[in-house]
Design a protein around this ligand. Sequence first.
Ligand SMILES: Nc1ncnc2c1ncn2[C@@H]1O[C@H](COP(=O)(O)OP(=O)(O)OP(=O)(O)O)[C@@H](O)[C@H]1O
Length: 481
Amino acid sequence: MTDALSFMSSLRWQDFLDIGLNGFILFRLYVLFRGSGLIRVMPVVVILWALRGVALFAGLVVTSWAIQGIIAAAALILIIVFRDDIASVFQAGNLKTFLWGLPSHGNITSMDIIAQTTFEMGKNKIGALMVFPRTKEINNIIQGGIDWDGKLSREMLLSIFWDKNPVHDGAVIIKQNRISRVGAILPLSRRSDLPSRYGTRHRAGLGLAESSDCLVIIVSEESGRVTVVKGTEIKDVRNVAQLKIIMEGHLGNGKKKKSALWKNFFEYGTSALVCLALVTGIWFGLSRGRETLKSIVVPLEYTDIQKDFEIIESSTNTVTLHLGGSVPLLKSLGPKQIKVLLKLNAASAGENIYTVSGKNIILPPGIHLKKVEPSSVKLVLDGTVTRQLPIQLNWTGKLSEELILANAQMTPQNITVTGPRKVLKTITTLYTEKIPLDTIQTSGTREVAVILQPSSLNVADKKNRVKVSYTVVKREKAPVL
Ligand SMILES: Nc1ncnc2c1ncn2[C@@H]1O[C@H](COP(=O)(O)OP(=O)(O)OP(=O)(O)O)[C@@H](O)[C@H]1O
């Protein structure tokens, strides 16, 4: 009991958000792909995944690798095989449909496709006649045509009604998500009260609607206008949204029966709970599964260092963190996911001792700190100052016997350096790099570097070079007496 309580109190709000968010994503994927073949094969993938876990637990290394390979291949195959299902979900969806709402009549995507394609045909003046039967049989009313049985898509509709297509004349019959017949001949209406702009396409649509419970959508080739007919009612439709509402009403999604609503509520409620339970299981498996330990060396990072202050000495640049967490989490842990930050805003010149604890360490969720070594860091800080120092030439070696160094000049003669106050206090002169005299044969100039020692010294623009001009003369030989 106390174990359960302490475990519950160790959960953070991020953990609940993590589970909730992933549960929601899984549920939305189910809702979007529900009814497609992809969802039907998903349990097989889940079973494979579980088998891999069992194989791993039992120490069957090769088996677990093999299953992992099969899962990866299966994922690729599924994407290829079900590419149409996946594409239709993404094509038909906007952000709202991805995140919220339930698809109507098992297939909101096909209604989206039909409504959008209808208006696309209208815009391009492509004449079309589409029939959506409901419950009554219409085979005895329509005539001719060709059996099609093709999956509904925007491209399919556009190509059927393309005027160069041999089957563009007549009507297409759409049942659920499939085009079942093309080029069908419908009975013409005999009504005499129709507007004169209605020709045979409109009459054919109305004729079928009058004698069945079908909804018929007509796109005028002449005006591009979209008209829907049901029973004896004729209506001009202005936009995609209006057409979708009419279609949903016709296909029984607009006014659902109470029992159907409850059935839906039960089904989606159960799937939401299953998704939540599944994600919770995976989350606990990943983050609180078999606990293990790992030690990792992490560099110290300093923040908020005051202007003109710098670290001149530190007892260490890295700390070793002993971490606890589940095997998969620790396995996937990279050094970039961990930070050890020391805030130096309150540091003063001289020695500062900082304790390294959980407060300074950023760890990914599910990983906890067991121990830090060393648990404190000594930093010596000093303010930086800028000072001008004279430079001295650093000659080495010897000139050849017959030569004398008559004159040597250097420009500039001083150098401005920046460095820790404490260090600069002790330095009075800076030296150039060694200039070997034995290489000098004639007068000349050369550029030499000024040695910045200790390395905490800096020169503006890295200009630590001076020009040396020297004159050598021949030694006069003593007269032979
Ligand atoms: N009985 C019918 N059954 C199915 N389709 C028909 C029938 N009669 C005509 N059509 C379709 O209607 C087309 C002729 O359309 P027509 O121009 O006569 O009608 P409309 O109502 O004025 O349409 P639009 O506004 O597109 O011109 C034909 O090419 C054929 O595709």
